[in-house]
Structures are given as structure tokens and as C-alpha cells.
Design a protein around this ligand. Structure first.
Ligand code: BDP
Length: 330
């Protein structure tokens, strides 16, 4: 954002000396923090931050509030990360899939079949490994982000208009993946052709046949309306990727210690609340998808696990110690 544009945003900018730092209040000036998510209002990740905003407003007597920009209004996750890094956005909720290219260690969670199941993933993020990874993002000079916490995103399965039970079923199919080479290679190893593409382009790509399918959790399939163009959901379970919500380091460093502590406290609450909202929404999404005619198909997970071994071998070797700790987490 250009400096002239920054100055126009006076309502939520604070003047500290002669420098404008967005999102920071001078004295009792009111500030409105911007938060963003690719999902619509009501989606668990969005709802958790909206609730956090209400609590923040109450705790500061209206001095700080949060304005949510849902449904990719501020762009995709790559753009959200960039905006948070320069302080044009305060809170961004992003998939670890999109953070891999920013902080390499996170790619451990982006490997196929790295968690036995969602319970295993939760154990890992709730424990010392999860905390360690969050600390690494916050302390990385390159990330320019302060991590507030984890969020759940369930299990990703392939969807298209035909059942995908075994690797051979993906032959010749173009499947959209998140923009990280690791995911493209995962899909190629699974038997298909991985196509990296922004989430914002996906609906029309599915509709027009630019891609034959994609992969995601049931809530995304429902909330993004992809189920209206992809009717078969094959339970490949190849990825269980958690998400994080981050705060702009630029805004953070100019906050008072008390405000930082308050945001930390409310973030811990948001993380717990999101998990609860998530479990309820997954059940609701599955019911709604089935009612809308989406067919859920069991897939041969073992076959996909074996097919993706080269990806774990290639990318996993440099994280060998961490992978061992993940595996040993019970
Ligand atoms: C969804 C995540 C979202 C990602 C999206 C994707 O919640 O953060 O952007 O997948 O596939 O599950 O791009």
C-alpha cells in the first residue's frame, strides 16, 4: 500500500510521532483492525475471529474492534500474508499449506499421510511440537508475523465427478492443489496431474472443466459451493493440514504490553472455540452435502499411502528428527 493511501485510512491509523502505524491507537483513539479469511461468514474459522473481535471490543470499551473481510475480499492467502507483513491487515487466517513457502519447517505438516488421523494431528499441535513450530514462525525475521494460534481444518479428500478409489482412477485427471510444489508432487504421486491454482479461481475452473477436480475438507466443499459442480467425494484422506491465525508483526510491535497480553488471551480462547465450532460444522456439512446429492466414496487409503512414499522420502529427509517425534506422539 502506498503511503498516500495509508494516510487516507486515518480512522483506523494511529499517529505515533510522525510515523503512521496502521492499527495502533494513539491515546484513546479508536482503532479497527482488519481481519481476513477465504471462507464466508459463519464458517468456523471466520466465526471464531468475529467472536474474538466482540470480546476485544468489550474488554477495551470500544477502543479496539475487528472488522472481518470474509470470502477472499482481500485476495487469496498469499496476498493476505503479504498484507499482514506490511501492516495493511492485522489478522489473517491461513492454511499451513500457504505458509510452507514462508517458513519451511511448516512443510512437515504438508506432507501426505503424516498424521495417522485427526486425533493424532490435534495431539501434535496441542503439544510441544505445535508450540515449537508456532514459535519458529514468530521468531523468524523473514515471516514478519506473530502467530496467535492453531485452527482445525479436518481431512482433505478428492472431489470430482467420478469415484477415485485407487491411484489408477486419477490417471489423466487434472486436480487443483494449493500453490506449493509439495502438493503438486503429492497429487502426481497419487496418480493424477496436480495443478497449482488459487482458491479464488477454483469454482470457475471446476465449472468450466479447466480442472477435473480438487481436494479439500467437507466444510470447504460446502461453503465454497464446489459441491454444485463436483458430485463425488472420494475419501482419500491424503492430507490433514491445520491452519493458523497470525497477527501483523508491524502492528504488534507498536501495541502496549497490555494489549498484546489481551490479544494473546483472546486468541487462546478463539483457538478452543474454533475447534468446537469445527466439529459441529463438519457434521452439518456432511449431512448437507449428502442431502444435496454428493456421493461419499470409500477409497483405498493404503494404496494412496504407498503411492506417496516417494514424496515423504524426498521432502521428509531433512525433517527426520521432527518426523520421528510426530510419529511417536500418541
Ligand atoms: C481450505 C482452507 C483454506 C485454503 C483452502 C485451499 O481452509 O485456508 O485456502 O483450503 O485449498 O481448507 O486453498
Amino acid at each position: 500500500m502506498k503511503r498516500r493511501e495509508v494516510l487516507k485510512l486515518g480512522a483506523w491509523s494511529g499517529l505515533i510521532g510522525s510515523t503512521v502505524i496502521q492499527g495502533v491507537a494513539s491515546a484513546q483513539e479508536k482503532v479497527v483492525w482488519k481481519a481476513s479469511d477465504v471462507h464466508p461468514l459463519g464458517y468456523p474459522t471466520v466465526e471464531a475471529i468475529v467472536r474474538m473481535g466482540k470480546k476485544l471490543e468489550a474488554a477495551t470499551n470500544g477502543r479496539i474492534s475487528i472488522q472481518m473481510y470474509p470470502l477472499m475480499q482481500l485476495g487469496g492467502e498469499k496476498e493476505m500474508i503479504e498484507q499482514a507483513q506490511v501492516g495493511a491487515l492485522q489478522i489473517a487466517r491461513i492454511s499451513v499449506g500457504a505458509m510452507g513457502p514462508v517458513v519451511d519447517d511448516l512443510n512437515v505438516f504438508n506432507l501426505p499421510f503424516i498424521f495417522r488421523d485427526e486425533a493424532h494431528m490435534r495431539k501434535v499441535i496441542d503439544g510441544p511440537i505445535g508450540q515449537d513450530l508456532l514459535d519458529r514462525i514468530t521468531s523468524s525475521a523473514q515471516s514478519r508475523l506473530v502467530v496467535l494460534g492453531w485452527m482445525d481444518a479436518g481431512t482433505r479428500n478428492v472431489y470430482s465427478n467420478k469415484p477415485v478409489v485407487k491411484p489408477a482412477d486419477l490417471k489423466g485427471m487434472k486436480i487443483r492443489m494449493m500453490g506449493n510444489p509439495l502438493f503438486v508432487e503429492t497429487m502426481n504421486a497419487m496418480g493424477g496431474n496436480g495443478v497449482p491454482m488459487g482458491f479464488n479461481e477454483l469454482y470457475s475452473a471446476l465449472q468450466s472443466g479447466v480442472v477435473d477436480g480438487a481436494e479439500n475438507n467437507p466444510p470447504s466443499l460446502l461453503a465454497q459451493n464446489h459441491y454444485t459442480v463436483s458430485k463425488v467425494y472420494s475419501l482419500t484422506g491424503h492430507l490433514i493440514i491445520p491452519e493458523i491465525f497470525v497477527f501483523s508483526r508491524r502492528t504488534w510491535d507498536a501495541l502496549s504490553k497490555d494489549d498484546q497480553a489481551l490479544v494473546r488471551k483472546l486468541s487462546r480462547e478463539a483457538q478452543v472455540e474454533q475447534r468446537d465450532l469445527w466439529d459441529k460444522y463438519v457434521a452439518e456439512a456432511e449431512t448437507k452435502l449428502k442431502a444435496a446429492g454428493v456421493k461419499f466414496v470409500e477409497a483405498d487409503k493404503d494404496a494412496f499411502y504407498k503411492a506417496t512414499q516417494p514424496v515423504r522420502d524426498k521432502y521428509g529427509s531433512k525433517y527426520a528428527a521432527l518426523l520421528k517425534r510426530i510419529e511417536e506422539t500418541r
